[in-house]
Design a protein around this ligand. Sequence first.
Ligand SMILES: [Zn+2]
Length: 159
Amino acid sequence: MGNVFRAGADDMYLSNGGTEVFVEVLTLAVAELARRPWELRFAALLARQDQNVLGRGAVGFDLAELEWGGTAEERAAAKAFVLAVTGLAAGRHRWEELGYEPPHALGYLRRFREIVEAFEPPAGVPPGGVLPAPAVACCVRHRAPSALPDWEGCVFCHR
Ligand SMILES: [Zn+2]
């Protein structure tokens, strides 16, 4: 069992352990970069990729199901943000805080970057949009977005 991170027809399958690594390294990067509302919504989406809360193999998302913005500029900025987060993560941002050396993380991030780069964010609001409200709370202990109001704490709280 694992989880799928998808952009329409293009997808990346990760084992449950691989998913945990992928989400953790992205979380450390998004905590650094997210400022604007859409960015904080993406941070909130990552905070909800928590298998210790939702169950093993019960996370994943499809980029085609996110709301990317009403204008071409907004959509381009949102996509650039996801790529920036991925790039910062690939620069091993705060990896010393992971407590382990993630051997495959760079491969996951490289693959995710390919998926995002090739993806054309859709205009309008997709049915059943999955982007949560902006992350307003930050876990002070881990300096990472909290999943409030859905649940308390960040992905590092529930390890
Ligand atoms: Zn935490």
